[in-house]
Design a protein around this ligand. Structure first.
Ligand SMILES: *Cc1c(COP(=O)(O)O)cnc(C)c1O
Length: 404
């Protein structure tokens, strides 16, 4: 069973972790050492099927040969140059992103290093309208930096850091009339996720996004779609908003774009919105450096050449159907889109199910007390998903035993 097990145990390493890191993440569950495709190994050599995928980041899985080759080549040429200069990789990545987003002439890309930074850029863009109100949804997650945190809904994340930026309102998600009631000529921008990932893979009704487009356009407010988790093929389309047929004013990207390398982006649609941020008004030292840009290009190229959009749709459907046909009394259903899914349970045992899963060699995310989120690499195979689905009834049984 063991691979390249080191002499130091997981427990010893985690002990060192707690002595040396600020434990905002609590104590991590495992010390991982390597990965391949949808699989990872811990330092004891134990193998896990990775259905968390670095929280929707490892789009091509671990150790993908195209990503490894692209990043290795780029790091050997040059990794970083600052934004006083640009690189062919950065320009090509921006062009490719605009193409797959079907962005009109005059659109543009700003590169940062994370989802929160993409949101920060979007907040600054919104401020440039001269208006100050921002509307976001209940259940929304937009990041942890102080600007983005004001848009994130969860009180436990926000309250220790109050006061945050003012004039942010949260409205019930998927409620058209609530949105209409709060968006006014003082609203600079409305921020919405096409699927609320951190809230447990709750999809927006396409009619809701279309109504949001009309409501914002009617008062001259901007519509920003946060694609940090849903973008780059996660839903089976390049971007989550595309299924609704709307044209947003901007989208934010990060997680899946770099395939594991840290990159975020704000994409503005059309010359008017793009022109709101001018030279000197924003910046980033690392943003879009050649190394991460090469990674992003490699991810986009592989998604296309490996037919992954279709694969994601198929695997997402398969997962929902196969879990449904277990006919398990404890499972209420599967929600989400593509490979951003949550198995909804009838009782609050998701943490115990995730613990049983880990023991059995599966990594899953108990995103809320009664929901297990599955956000595997886009390359995960049907056979790999079936291993988990077949194990699920046993995992639920173990969880029920341990929590009774
Ligand atoms: C993860 C996430 C963010 C924040 O991204 P970070 O890279 O963690 O800063 C923002 N928005 C959404 C929708 C996310 O899922």
């Amino acid at each position: 069973m063991t691979g390249t097990a080191s002499s130091e145990s997981q427990g010893d390493l985690l002990e060192r972790y707690t002595r040396s890191l600020i434990t905002v993440f609590g104590t991590p569950q495992l010390v991982l050492e390597r990965g391949d495709g949808a699989w990872v190994w811990d330092t004891d050599g134990k193998r896990y099927l990775d259905l968390v995928g670095g929280v929707a980041v490892n789009s091509l899985g671990h150790n993908h040969p195209a990503l490894v080759a692209a990043v290795s080549k780029q790091v050997a040429e040059m990794a970083h140059i600052s934004n006083f200069y640009t690189s062919r990789a950065q320009i090509e990545l921006a062009e490719r992103i605009l193409e797959i987003a079907q962005a009109p002439e005059g659109s543009g890309v700003f590169f940062g290093n994370s989802g929160a930074e993409a949101i920060e850029a979007a907040i600054k863009l919104a401020r440039r309208t001269g208006r100050t109100g921002i509307v976001a949804a209940e259940g929304a997650f937009h990041g942890r930096t102080t600007g983005a945190l004001a848009l994130t809904h969860k009180a436990a994340y926000r309250e220790p850091f109050a006061p945050l930026i003012p004039e942010v309102s949260h409205v019930p998600y998927n409620d058209i009339e609530a949105l209409r009631a709060v968006v006014t000529e003082e609203t600079s921008a409305v921020f919405l996720e096409p699927v609320q990932g951190e809230a447990g893979a709750i999809p927006a009704d396409p009619a809701y996004l279309r109504a949001a487009r009309e409501i914002t356009a009617a008062v001259g407010a901007l519509l920003f779609i946060d694609e940090v988790q849903t973008g780059i093929g996660r839903t089976g389309d390049w971007f989550g908003f595309q299924a609704s047929g709307i044209v947003p004013d901007a989208i934010t990207l990060a997680k899946g774009l770099g395939g594991g390398l840290p990159i975020g982006a704000l994409v503005t649609f059309g010359p008017e919105v793009t022109g709101l941020l001018t030279a000197g008004q924003h910046g980033s030292t690392f943003g879009g450096n050649p190394l991460v840009a090469a990674a992003g290009l490699s991810v986009l190229t592989s998604i296309e050449s490996d037919g992954l959009l279709r694969h994601v749709s198929d695997m997402g459907e398969h997962l929902a159907t196969a879990v449904g046909s277990l006919g398990h009394s404890e499972i209420e259903g599967v929600r989400g889109r593509g490979l951003l899914r949550a198995i909804v349970l009838r009782s609050e045992i998701s943490a115990a199910v995730a613990a049983a899963a880990r023991e059995a060699g599966f990594l899953v995310n108990p995103v809320s007390p009664n929901a297990i989120r599955l956000i595997p690499p886009l390359v995960v195979s049907r056979e790999e998903l079936d291993l988990f689905i077949a194990a699920l009834p046993g995992l639920i049984a173990t969880a029920k035993e341990s929590s009774s």
